[in-house]
Design a protein around this ligand. Structure first.
Ligand code: PEP
Ligand code: MG
Length: 317
């Protein structure tokens, strides 16, 4: 079936009853952006910009970043969105030239937007590069690890200041939903954003209090756990109330098995690993939205990830 899915990859991902789902790609480079296009992805739901900062001895300049973001946007099909996540380091991702503190609990310390707000020079430079590149493509900006409204407002303020200085056009702004507080408070955050993107890798680790890299626990940190699904439901309900859309860019989106429950919860973009694009699109085309909704509401009432997987497997056949 993988071969057959690949033959159909250029067809849109629409459920049998007509709901269009964006199946986008997760990327780390300009070459990846070209691969998304070659694999018929609907744009990029997550450019992990830290990859542009890694494996070098100093930070890329504003001009270098501008060229990368512009080239990535121009590698996609005309006007397809490129969602660029601002630098997400700390935790499991160190950088030699940013002086990060030694912390006892790095996953609960200065990571993501916390570093950006604490040392705003890097964030400002990145936002300038993004705003300039947005003159040449459909670039959206996304902030990682937002845990409350205050952080979001500070980050947006920095963006607005740089935009004003450059006299650039406004660009869509979204946030990662990967901290439980953000999912729980999604109704408070929704008015301030254009979209949410659920990071199931971190959201699972923080919801279940299981380190995503832990030798014993990582395999138990299953994003299909009903607690995580309830977090996603809080997010999609809040977004719907405010007319905003929700994507999933964490690893769960790349699992065809998970597609019915995510679509049933109201997710409208799945941003996946490039090799999974064709399979996830095919999974969407095989589904009916009403069935997805009933699968999702059943899953929310189960008590373990294992039970959710069994439900999804049973409803597949
Ligand atoms: C996530 O946390 O699910 C996510 C997409 O971000 P990253 O894996 O880069 O932390
Ligand atoms: Mg994350």
């Amino acid at each position: 079936t993988r071969e057959l899915n690949r033959l159909d990859a250029d067809k849109p991902a629409t459920t049998t009853d007509g709901t269009a789902i964006h199946v986008a790609g997760n990327i780390g480079s300009v070459a990846d952006a070209a691969a998304v296009k070659a694999n018929h992805g609907d744009g990029v739901g997550l450019l992990r910009s830290e990859f542009i900062f890694m494996n070098r001895t100093s930070a890329p300049s504003e001009q270098e970043q501008y060229e990368v973001y512009r080239a990535a946007a121009e590698s996609l099909k005309e006007n397809q969105p490129l969602i660029v996540r601002t630098l997400d380091v700390g935790g499991d991702k160190p950088l030699p030239y940013i002086d990060l503190p030694e912390e006892e609990n790095p996953f609960l310390g200065e990571r993501g937007i916390r570093i950006g707000l604490d040392r705003p020079a890097l964030l400002r430079q990145q936002l300038r590069a993004l705003l300039r590149a947005a003159e040449h493509g459909n670039i959206h900006v996304m902030f990682p690890m937002i845990s409350d409204l205050h952080e979001l407002k500070l980050a947006k303020q920095v963006l607005e200041e740089e935009r004003t200085k450059l006299n650039a056009k406004a660009i869509p702004v979204g946030i990662m939903i990967e901290v439980p507080s953000a999912a729980v408070m999604a109704d408070v955050l929704a008015p301030e954003v254009d979209f949410f993107s659920v990071g199931t890798n971190d959201l699972t680790q923080y919801t279940l209090a299981m380190d995503r890299g832990h030798p014993k626990l990582a395999s138990l940190a299953d994003a299909l756990h009903p607690s995580v699904l309830r977090m996603i439901k809080l997010t999609t309900d809040a977004a719907a109330k405010h007319g905003k859309w929700v994507g999933v860019c964490g690893g769960l989106a790349s699992e065809p098995l998970a597609v019915p429950v995510l679509v049933g919860l109201g997710v409208t973009e799945l941003s996946v690993n490039i090799p999974a694009i064709a399979d996830v699109k095919a999974a969407v085309r095989s589904l009916e939205l009403t069935t997805c909704k009933s699968v999702a509401s059943k899953a929310l009432r189960l008590s373990s990830a294992g039970e959710v997987r069994a439900l999804l497997q049973a409803s597949q056949s």
